[in-house]
Design a protein. Structure first.
Length: 259
């Protein structure tokens, strides 16, 4: 029976591995025997990850093409190749404003990390997967990739771009036994974006953070929000041998919520 994780021979690059969903994915996949190369901007977070899981680490920003090239090159050099790309790194919505007040710099930063980096890393690494005749690409998008939200034009546009990238790249890669899918988390406890949003909501509405979370969970069909480990489980499945027939798909991890 499959464990839902890549075989021990699989070499995995995970961006955004220092915290939240990326960290949970790194721990999950390493525990399953994969060779994991974790990337984040924050060295201390990566060092904390490496203290609890057997992963290689690199502190590097993917906020420009040069950073993406460095990450891809280091991963290939250290691992001998990349069989699985998991893109978790992202810019949140907390600096955004309504469209008429939106700062173009915020738009550019968000689109670069959330959208451009997803394309660039896939572009740089998919060729090796095609040459080997096996590969997995998993992009962590968001429920905001299929819906819109107030004061989040950059975030929603970038996540919609990731969804389009996944659907188109999947068709290029399918003949070569390489899959490309997206995981769409909704609210997730233990991630910077969700946790900070709840703190901001609590201050704005004069309630506690716990009350802010309770309000969200009451509006969720499943009665609770996801955890990083639950999202990591979906990522691990899409990265596994068992998911070979699944490509170009969007897997929502939100306990039934559309946002």
């Amino acid at each position: 029976m499959s464990t839902g994780t890549p075989s021990p021979a699989r070499r995995v690059l995970i961006t955004g591995a220092g915290r939240g969903i990326g960290r949970a994915a790194a721990v999950t996949l390493a525990a399953g025997g994969a060779r994991v190369f974790g990337v984040s901007r924050t060295a201390s977070e990566l060092e904390a990850l490496a203290s609890v899981a057997p992963v290689e680490i690199l502190a590097c920003s993917i906020g420009d093409p040069a950073g993406c090239r460095e990450v891809a090159g280091e991963a290939v050099e250290r691992l001998g190749g990349v069989d699985v790309l998991i893109h978790c790194a992202g810019v949140d919505t907390h600096r955004e404003r309504p469209i008429w007040e939106q700062d173009a710099t915020v738009w550019a930063d968000t689109m670069t990390v959330n959208g451009w980096a997803a394309f660039e890393l896939a572009r740089l690494l998919a060729g090796g997967m095609v040459a080997r005749g096996w590969g997995r690409i998993v992009m962590v998008a968001s429920t905001a990739g299929t819906a819109g939200g107030p004061a989040s034009t950059a975030y929603c546009a970038a996540k919609h771009a990731v969804v389009g990238l996944v659907r188109a790249a999947a068709l290029d890669l399918a003949p070569h036994r390489v899959t490309c899918n997206a995981v769409l988390p909704g609210w997730v406890r233990g991630t910077g974006m969700s946790d900070v949003t709840m703190q901001m909501t609590a201050r704005r509405d004069g309630i506690t953070v716990a009350e802010a979370w309770d309000r969200v969970e009451r509006d969720t069909p499943g009665g609770r929000v996801a955890t990083p480990d639950e999202v990591a489980a979906a990522i691990a499945f899409l990265a596994s041998e068992d998911a070979g027939a699944i490509t170009g798909e969007l897997i929502r991890v939100a306990h039934g919520s559309l946002w």
